[in-house]
Ligand binder design. Structure first.
Ligand code: FHN
Length: 414
């Protein structure tokens, strides 16, 4: 079972993924041809030669980028960590790398170290900073892997020695405390190679968490498939990376934003199963976060902020609660949080065998009438009467607090 041994990660529940690189300039289209896949893969999908693609760096000038604005927003949305693409598969470093000139300071007119600005903003607003680093795929380096293409002639170890290990050293040495390294698409990385990367990370920052995609099942938590909820309960630490539309990197043609209600439901479903939800934004080539994503996240963030007590620091709930349409559940030792996702007149939870102390509305602490009843079949049912003004509402949360001698909710049927 995976264990990060880091309480902040177990408690975090909600994080912000940022996919940003040169692909944001193409924004899903190259020489009039649209990509029908995720936008940050455009170089691969449309077979753009490295010598052509690298010229984009000369155009990269995101003058609207404001690290503090993004970090403050993440805070407002109730997120507890940020994961930023320090280098994605395109091979371009979004920080001032000393071992590859293909980086945001040396190769662009912008000349600002984006990662440094993010680090300082995260420190200022007490936000954990993690870094995405594409260890195996590098479409710029002649020896980096490229998915779906012929890699047989490549010397992967030489690329690891020349670029990956030195760059990992840089991002772990020059940018303060790095909460985790988000490795991705390990491809043919061997156990020894994964181990060498882990050893390097831990030798510089022992508390830095290794993501699930280091390869060979050697990560410290399980990273699920993109946008994929595991079918079975998982007791270890885990995280689900997800998009807000159908791409990670910016695509000017993709306005297929998910509905905030669905995002809230998904967040709670993930949290109730003990996972973290890492939700993505893809800034454009000027550094602006698309309005569509801000709109969705503002609504989701309101729910998360109002109900922070019922999200941050909660523990997984037993399996029986999962499939109710009208609610999702999270829990702390003596508290069961009922996240109300559909309008209801009262909450009825059958066969919850606990002794109940009280019920209250999480967002303002208002007490709600609550009783434990004996039902026809002879056993107990918890009933919380909802005030009239709530009966037509959705997206609020009720806490049912139990006697301290009686902490565990074993089965919940509604
Ligand atoms: O290929 C990447 C993709 O571009 C994106 O970064 C996602 C995020 O989880 N990871 C890989 C695909 O799973």
């Amino acid at each position: 079972m995976k264990d990060t041994k880091q309480q902040w990660f177990k408690d975090a529940k909600f994080g912000l993924f940022i996919h940003w690189g040169l692909y944001s300039i193409l924004a899903g289209e190259y020489k009039g041809k649209k990509t029908d896949r995720i936008a940050e893969w455009i170089m691969n999908h449309l077979d753009i030669p490295a010598e052509e693609y690298e010229k984009l760096a000369a155009q990269f000038n995101p003058i609207e980028f404001d690290a503090e604005k993004i970090v403050k927003k993440a805070k407002e949305w109730g997120m507890h960590y940020i994961v930023f693409t320090s280098k994605h598969h395109e091979g371009f470093a979004m920080y001032h790398s000393k071992c590859s000139k293909y980086n945001v300071v040396d190769a662009t007119p912008f000349r600002r170290d984006i990662l440094k600005e993010l680090q300082l903003a995260c420190e200022k607003y007490e936000m954990k900073l993690g870094l995405y680093y594409s260890q195996a795929q590098d479409w710029h380096d002649p020896d980096g892997f490229m998915y779906g293409k012929d890699n047989s002639h490549k010397d992967y170890q030489a690329y690891l020695d020349r670029k990956v290990m030195p760059q990992l050293r840089e991002i772990l040495t020059d940018y303060g405390e790095i909460a985790l390294i988000w490795f991705d698409t390990p491809m043919d990385t061997t156990m020894e190679q994964s181990q060498a990367m882990i050893d390097l990370v831990k030798s510089i920052q022992p508390n830095c968490i290794i993501s699930g995609r280091i390869g060979n099942q050697m990560g410290e938590y399980m990273t699920t498939g993109d946008n994929f909820i595991p079918r079975l309960p998982y007791e270890g630490d885990w995280e689900l990376p997800a998009t807000l539309n159908d791409t990670w990197g910016f695509n000017k043609h993709d306005h297929n934003w998910k509905n905030p209600d669905d995002i809230i439901r998904l967040l709670l479903k993930i949290n109730s199963r003990g996972g973290n939800y890492l939700l993505n934004i893809g800034p454009d080539s000027l550094g602006r976060v698309p309005e569509g994503s801000i709109k969705v996240l503002d609504t989701v963030g309101k729910y998360v902020q109002e109900n922070a007590e019922a999200i941050f620091g909660t523990k997984r709930v037993e399996i029986y609660a999962y499939e109710l349409e009208w609610a999702q559940f999270t829990r702390k030792d003596y508290k069961l949080f009922v996240h109300m996702l559909e309008p209801k007149v009262r909450i009825e939870l059958l066969n919850v065998g606990n002794h109940v102390k009280r019920a209250y509305l999480v967002k303002d602490g208002a007490e709600l009438p609550c009783k434990v009843m004996t039902v026809c079949e002879g056993d107990s049912m918890i009933e919380v009467e909802l005030p009239e003004y709530l009966q037509n509402q959705k997206n609020y949360c009720v806490c049912i607090e139990t006697e301290e001698k009686d902490p565990i909710f074993e089965s919940i049927k509604g």
